[in-house]
Ligand binder design. Structure first.
Ligand code: ARG
Length: 544
């Protein structure tokens, strides 16, 4: 079902022949929407805008939708939806388990590459954002009826495993008792060792070769490091209440076998060329080439991502591929897409997008760091927020803070501010939801029925109702543009409109059809808040 404003807009356009560019009215006495279409047409024709407005109003047949439109000022046209139409629309939305979210007419298979932490390293603050944002995209696109295939592009391959496994051998480390924090400590020791000991560096290189050639003992240690890391990642995912499961893991190593064939294919077709001993692809508009195979014969990040694209297009049949990483990888993905298009691995019909996000800043406004200058583990951010609130509320605070600004912006991690239950925060929206739940619970306890919405006389009732009907179109915009902050803005505005309504309009103290209608508005607000918060990955408790 199309939203009320777009229905209205289409009806006006058939008369005027041009988009009426409906704007929300600035004051209740101006109705619900205003259009300047008469002013624009009058200017073209060189006639009086009020005359044009009068002609349009005479030609319009909107009786089933609106009151008679009014002409205002120099020639604006004001539209007021019939309150019966508003009431019926919200009532229908309340009965819809999807709360008015449209079902897409073109379902797509959408790959979302997100989270993607690295083995033997704890998830750090950078992985906070990709995990929260990717998960939100997952929920929003799924809600519209798309098939979402998450891909956790785990960093589970590379030269670092040479030094890690060699260090394990040196220390006779017992891998059965190691955990992810222990693996990360091992990583640091191996790194220091590598820098200070030539002999160790040589053995680490030999270990990479042993890993690549499938030496059983080396492979076993590598497997164990992955297992340990996954246990740690899964604990964090559970704590963050995200949708990712082990089924979504497609680590870098899963593409190993495809790499020689891809390099061969690109070279044979002349897409890739030799450059100082390395096999590379130069793409138009990019200074540096993509590295297909380095001069030592090794494969790296670029070609692995090319292989991932082939897998996603050919095997997973992607229509749209979305990558969520920090903004600093933007160039990598732009080059990747260009090379994949040149190579014919990414057909014109498949959309590929990189969503780059800004940094998480500390209180001092610079990228957040530990006291000794290291990267902050994600878990410690969750701990910090939990110092101010219960886990459920702390998590909502973090997710909302992460999603409520446009993604490209950096934001300050201020655990105290974001856990507040007033202001533009996740806990505030949870609180608004629990308030609705409280009112409805009270009504139930008193045996009061909230059958349907019939009367919407008060301006705050109408404004709330109209805003409720705009939920579906908002979700659609968020999916098209990948802008979760627009859903946050919508929900915050909903909570604000609900507050004004609740201040002006007694619910349980009113009677008859007025009370039933107001209860219906409360129920519809609760439904949209719960559904909207769920799309952000935030739980909506009944009580707080
Ligand atoms: N593992 C990488 C990191 O932690 C992110 C991988 C992103 N996905 C991709 N297909 N390259 O920075």
């Amino acid at each position: 079902m199309s939203s009320l404003s777009s229905q209205l807009s289409q009806r006006i356009e058939t008369v005027t022949g041009t988009d009426p560019e409906l704007r929300p009215a600035t004051k209740p006495q101006f109705g619900h929407f205003q259009s300047n279409v008469a002013l624009r047409l009058a200017k073209q024709e060189g006639v009086n805008p009020r005359d044009v407005a009068a002609r349009i109003v005479a030609d319009l047949d909107l009786d089933d939708l609106c009151e008679t439109p009014e002409i205002a000022g120099p020639g604006f046209i004001n539209f007021r939806l019939r309150s019966g139409v508003l009431a019926a629309t919200v009532t229908a939305q309340l009965a819809d388990p999807r709360a008015g979210i449209p079902h897409t007419s073109k379902p797509q298979r959408v790959i979302i590459d997100y989270s993607s932490p690295n083995v033997a390293k704890q998830m750090h603050v950078g992985h906070l954002r990709t995990t929260i944002i990717g998960d939100c995209f997952n929920r929003v696109l799924t809600a519209l009826g798309h098939t979402v295939i998450p891909q956790n592009h785990l960093g589970d391959w590379g030269r670092q495993f040479g030094m890690l496994i060699e260090q394990i051998a040196d220390e006779h480390l017992d891998l059965t008792i190691l955990d992810l924090a222990g693996a990360e400590a091992l990583y640091r020791r191996a790194n220091a060792h590598l820098a200070s000991d030539e002999g160790f560096a040589a053995r680490a290189r030999a270990r990479v070769v042993a890993l690549q050639s499938g030496d059983p003992e080396t492979l076993a240690a590598w497997h164990r490091l992955i297992e340990i890391s996954l246990a740690g990642f899964n604990a964090t995912y559970a704590r963050m209440n995200v949708l990712l499961t082990d089924d979504d893991i497609a680590g870098e190593s899963s593409y190993n076998e495809m790499l020689p064939a891809i390099a061969g294919d690109l070279e044979a077709r002349g897409v890739a060329t030799m450059d100082n001993g390395a096999l590379v692809v130069f793409a138009e508009g990019f200074e540096a080439p993509a590295i297909i195979r380095n001069s030592a014969g090794g494969y790296g990040y670029d070609i692995t991502d090319l292989a991932a694209i082939r897998h996603r297009v050919d095997t997973l049949h992607a229509d749209r591929i979305i990558y969520v990483t920090d903004a600093r990888q933007h160039h990598h993905f732009e080059l990747l897409f260009a090379v994949a298009r040149m190579a014919g691995y990414l057909p014109a019909g498949v959309v590929a997008e990189h969503v780059g996000y800004g940094m998480v800043l500390g209180a001092d406004g610079t990228p957040i760091k530990t006291r000794d200058g290291g990267t902050v583990p994600l878990e410690s951010l969750l701990d910090a927020a939990e110092e101010h609130a219960s886990p459920q509320i702390a998590l909502s605070a973090i997710k909302y803070a992460d999603l409520s600004n446009s993604l490209q912006k950096d934001y300050v991690f201020d655990a105290e501010r974001m856990t507040r239950t007033i202001g533009d925060t996740g806990p505030y929206l949870q609180y608004a939801h629990s308030r609705c739940a409280g009112i409805l619970g009270e009504a139930r306890a008193r045996g009061i029925d909230s059958a349907g919405i019939e009367v919407l006389a008060e301006p705050t009732e109408q404004e709330l109702a109209l805003w409720l009907t705009r939920f579906g179109e908002t979700v659609q915009v968020v999916a098209d543009e990948l802008t979760p902050h627009k859903l946050c803005i919508y929900l915050f505005e909903l909570a604000t409109k609900f507050s004004s309504f609740y201040e002006k309009c007694p619910v349980l103290k009113s009677e008859g059809a007025v009370r039933a209608s107001r209860l219906g508005l409360v129920a519809a607000t609760k439904q949209v808040l719960a559904t909207g918060l769920d799309l952000l990955g935030i739980e909506a408790p009944e009580r707080m």
